[in-house]
Design a binder for this molecule. Structure first.
Ligand code: PLP
Length: 447
C-alpha cells in the first residue's frame, strides 16, 4: 500500500520516435550517453535518484554549513546511533569515498578479502590497496530460476576453502554486502550474518558489512526468516548490523538522499585511523565531503528508511513491477530482489549470440520503443566472464508509479513482438580500460 502522496512534480516527456532513433545513434547505442531529458522512464540506477521527503527538504534548509562542529553532523551521529547502533561516524562524499577511507585503514598489500559479492567500486578499492577481492556467493546466486529466500548469502564453504588456500594470516577482513547488489539485489539472512561473524572470529579477522541497502534487507528478513517475523525493522537492522566491527554506507541508497555516505564503527582505534584518512581524502570529519545540508537530509533519510510502511511500499512495488514484466512475456530473475528487476536478455533475444550483446541490444530497443533506460549487466559490461545476459531495471525510491511500470511492461511487449528483427551490436570504439568500457564505449548495430 502506497505510503506517501506527491507534493512537488518534475515534468517528463517521451520524445517522438524519429527523435529517439536519432538520440540512440548519437549516443553510440550506449544508454549512458543519452541526455536524461530525452529519457521518459529512467531505470538506469536507484543510486541517488530517489525523491526526498518534505521533512528532508526542511532539514536541508536548516543544514549547518560550519566547517567544524556542525550541528548537522550531530544529527547524523545520533541517527546512525539510533538506526544502526554505532557510536562513531566518519562521513564521506559517497559510498566509494567511505570505502577508500575504511579499506585504506584496514588493508595491506597482499591481503585477501572475501565478500559474498564485491560491488564494483568495492572490488576496485580493495584492489587499489594491493589486496585481492574474492567473491564467495552461494551457488544459487547467479541462477535466475532457483527459488530460495536468501540467495544473497555469503558461502561459508567457499570462505573456508579460501582460507585453507591462502592461510588465515592473509585474510584480515571479511565483508558481507546486504542486500547483495551484484547478485540481483538478493537478501542476506541474519543467520548467515551470525555465521560470517563466527567465521571472522575463527580466523581472527575484522567483519565489515557493506550496509548500502540494510533497510531493504531487514524487510526481507522480517518476511522470510521465522525468528524475526514479529520483530520491527529497526530491531532487525540493529541485530544484523550489530555483528559487524564496522559498516560502509552509501547515503544514495537506503540513506534516501542524492549524495553522501559514511563509515560507522564502535571500535575507537579503527575510528581514529579512518578519521585521519578521511581528512586526507574527504574533508574535516564533521562534514566529510558533503555540504552540511546534505548531512542534515541524510540524518532524516536514515530514520525514514527503516519505516515499515515505506519499506512495504518499496518492496511490493518492485515485486509488482516484476510480475508486470513477466506478464509481458520476458523471463526475469526470480525471486525479485530489493531494488531492481533483472531481465534475462539471453532468453528474450535468443536469436542473438553473446558476441552480439543481446543485453545491450535489449537496452537499446527499450529506449527505441518506449524511451525507457535500463543498464546491461552481461557480456558488454563484464567481458570475458560467463555471466548470464541480464538487463537491470533499477527502481528509484518514491519516484515512479504503477502507470510508469505499465508503460515499461508495454514497451517490453512491443520489443518482444519484433522478434528476430532486433539487431545485435558490435563495438565501434574500445576504451582503454575494459573493466569500465560499458560507461563510455560506442557501438553499432550489426547489419
Ligand atoms: C552503490 C554501492 C556502493 C558505492 O556507493 P556510491 O555512493 O555509489 O559511491 C558500494 N557498495 C554497494 C553494495 C553499492 O550498492
Amino acid at each position: 500500500m502506497v505510503a506517501y502522496k506527491t507534493k512537488m512534480v518534475e515534468r517528463i516527456s517521451l520524445p517522438a520516435r524519429e527523435q529517439r532513433e536519432q538520440n540512440l545513434e548519437s549516443a553510440g547505442y550506449n544508454a549512458f550517453n543519452l541526455d536524461a531529458d530525452d529519457v521518459f522512464v529512467d531505470l538506469l540506477t536507484d543510486s541517488g535518484t530517489g525523491a526526498m521527503s518534505d521533512a528532508q527538504w526542511a532539514a536541508l534548509v536548516r543544514g549547518d554549513e560550519a566547517y567544524a562542529g556542525s550541528r548537522s553532523f550531530d544529527e547524523l551521529e545520533s541517527a546512525v546511533g539510533d538506526v544502526m547502533g554505532f557510536d562513531h561516524v566518519v562521513p564521506a562524499h559517497q559510498g566509494r569515498g567511505a570505502e577508500n577511507v575504511l579499506y585504506g585503514a584496514l588493508l595491506e598489500e597482499g591481503d585477501v578479502v572475501p565478500n559474498n559479492t564485491h560491488f564494483d567500486t568495492t572490488r576496485a578499492h580493495v584492489a587499489n590497496q594491493g589486496a585481492d577481492p574474492v567473491d564467495c556467493p552461494v551457488p544459487s546466486a547467479h541462477d535466475p530460476d532457483v527459488t530460495a529466500p536468501f540467495k544473497g548469502n555469503f558461502s561459508l564453504e567457499r570462505g573456508r576453502e579460501l582460507v585453507d588456500e591462502v592461510g588465515a594470516d592473509s585474510v584480515p577482513v571479511v565483508v558481507q554486502t546486504i542486500t547483495n547488489n551484484s547478485a540481483a539485489g538478493q537478501p542476506v539472512s541474519v543467520e548467515n550474518t551470525r555465521r560470517v561473524r563466527a567465521f571472522a572470529d575463527e580466523i581472527d579477522a575484522r567483519f565489515v558489512i557493506d550496509a548500502c541497502r540494510f533497510a531493504e534487507n531487514a524487510y526481507f528478513v522480517k518476511q522470510r526468516e521465522e525468528e524475526f517475523a514479529a520483530a520491527s525493522i529497526a530491531e532487525i537492522a540493529h541485530e544484523q548490523l550489530g555483528y559487524a566491527d564496522a559498516v560502509v554506507m552509501s547515503g544514495k541508497k537506503d540513506g534516501l538522499v542524492n549524495a553522501g555516505g559514511f563509515v560507522a564503527t564502535d571500535d575507537a582505534r579503527l575510528y581514529e585511523r579512518s578519521r585521519q584518512r578521511a581528512i586526507l581524502y574527504e574533508g574535516f570529519p564533521t562534514y566529510g565531503g558533503m555540504a552540511g545540508r546534505d548531512v542534515a537530509a541524510l540524518a532524516v533519510g536514515l530514520r525514514e528508511a527503516v519505516d515499515s510502511e515505506y519499506l512495504a511500499d518499496r518492496i511490493e512495488q518492485i515485486e509488482e513491477f516484476g510480475s508486470l514484466l513477466e506478464a509481458a512475456g520476458v523471463p526475469i530473475y526470480r525471486p525479485v530482489g530489493g531494488h531492481a528487476v533483472y531481465l534475462d536478455a539471453g532468453a528474450a533475444l535468443s536469436h542473438l549470440p553473446d558476441e552480439a550483446f543481446p543485453g545491450q541490444a535489449l537496452v537499446c530497443e527499450l529506449y527505441r520503443e518506449g524511451g525507457v533506460r535500463g543498464v546491461e549487466l552481461g557480456s558488454f559490461a563484464f567481458p570475458d566472464t560467463d555471466r548470464p545476459e541480464l538487463v537491470r531495471l533499477a527502481v528509484p525510491r518514491r519516484t515512479y508509479h504503477r502507470e510508469h511500470f505499465e508503460h515499461v511492461a508495454d514497451t517490453v511487449e512491443a520489443v518482444l513482438e519484433k522478434g528476430e528483427s532486433v539487431p545485435g551490436l558490435e563495438l565501434a570504439t574500445e576504451p582503454e580500460m575494459p573493466e569500465i568500457r560499458h560507461f563510455t564505449a560506442e557501438l553499432e548495430p550489426l547489419s
